[in-house]
Design a protein around this ligand. Sequence first.
Ligand code: X2X
Length: 334
Amino acid sequence: HFLKTASVASAAAATGLYAGSASAAAEFTLKYGNNLPMTHPMNVRAKEMAAKIAAESKGRVDFQVYPNGQLGTDTDMLSQVRAGAIDFFTISPEVLGTLVSAGQISGVGFAFKDYNQVWAAMDGDLGAYVRKQIAATTSLFAFERCWDNGYRQVTTSTRPIHKPEDFKGMKLRVPPSPLATSLFRSFDAAPTSINFAEVYSSLQTKIVEGQENPLAVISTVKFYEVQKYCSMTNHVWSGFWFMGNKKSFERMPKELQEIVTRNVNEAGIKQRVDVKALNESLVADMKGKGMQFNETDNEAFRAKLRASGFYTEWHKKFGPDAWAMLEKYTGKLA
Ligand code: X2X
């Protein structure tokens, strides 16, 4: 066990991974994977969190952060965490929908008007409902405080999006998510599910002409190098559920579970502040890198979703109780 821990720690150090402690004394080595660059607030806060967990557990817990898809694609990491091969994975509600359909309810198009509505819902009954569905139907659990991804914007190499009709026939990459695919089909686009790790090359080789993500992602992954237009559609608020493998987590004594839980939730709250500030600061920066920005009128897009039956379809899929819970925070959507 000593040699294994030491070798993992030195391998971690060698490949720039963040270990809370490279200590050989760690009783529990926990692996956390995500798909974002090390410079994204997700990993800045995760590194800080890992160090706090090591310190507060007096080296008993070595929380290792594997950023940037180092452990594989989202689909890979989701199956790894389900099997217990890794301990934690941050997954957006849209992608969670491939495993727990109800998990994507917070990703309904144009649902949350602002962050007050987002956190009232995610820290309130809607978030509690999603976490209950996760626990009831999978080997996983989600920590209480959802982390932030941000409001998603559309970037393309071909043309800006001003009105819903501009989406017609557009080859747009979306995350592997039934809801995201349905949303852009409702705009008559041609959505293609591609794992995040392959998005940059798919844009570069023009397999797809566009993608949609919050500015913090667009910037840290440098999509501005292969995209020309950014249309500020704010079409979906996206987060990251910090998911854990229940059996692995419960192998730790209660006092260590408490240290990890408290630090994950505290880091999530700090990460939310970072991501919102970053998303609000990047337009000028990316204009400087050559991207052309335009604003859009949400109402025209919402009207199209109503007319296309998108809201009616997902009201049926999620069921009346869950939909009523969503509209408790968003107001009537259709
Ligand atoms: O895959 C994406 O677009 C990303 C990074 O936003 C998610 O993880 C959903």
